[in-house]
Write a protein of this length. Sequence first.
Length: 144
Amino acid sequence: MTVIGDASKARLIAVFIDHLIGFGVMLFVVALVPESLPVLKAILFFLVYLGYFLVLEALWSRTIGKYFQGLMVRKVDGSRCDWKAALIRTSLRILEVNPLLLGGIPAGIAVIASSRKQRIGDLLAGTVVVSDKLKWTVEADSVR
């Protein structure tokens, strides 16, 4: 059975919530670093923001935004998102949601164009963002 991801308004709202939270946490952490360490500030700027997505998706298969919107990240076989898949998804986020590279337009185009509603990071990680209302049966490799 082919699993189709979520491309609804809920996913867009989840992305908005996650970017606000990730950016807020990043600003808080960077503000704690002394001005005399600009290189450390720059490194933390990216690592903390990306770490928000990596850690939450690897540990809980969802971010806070996805949680509030009833979404989660699953592998296409129905299993939970793991560290490897979360790392691939997060790494591709650098290209897909980069404000210098047309913002979220590449990710949006990929979601609209792909048959399973996956962004490029999902395609490469073998994951899909779905409603947490779906019932997964990993052993049978199907979704009810």
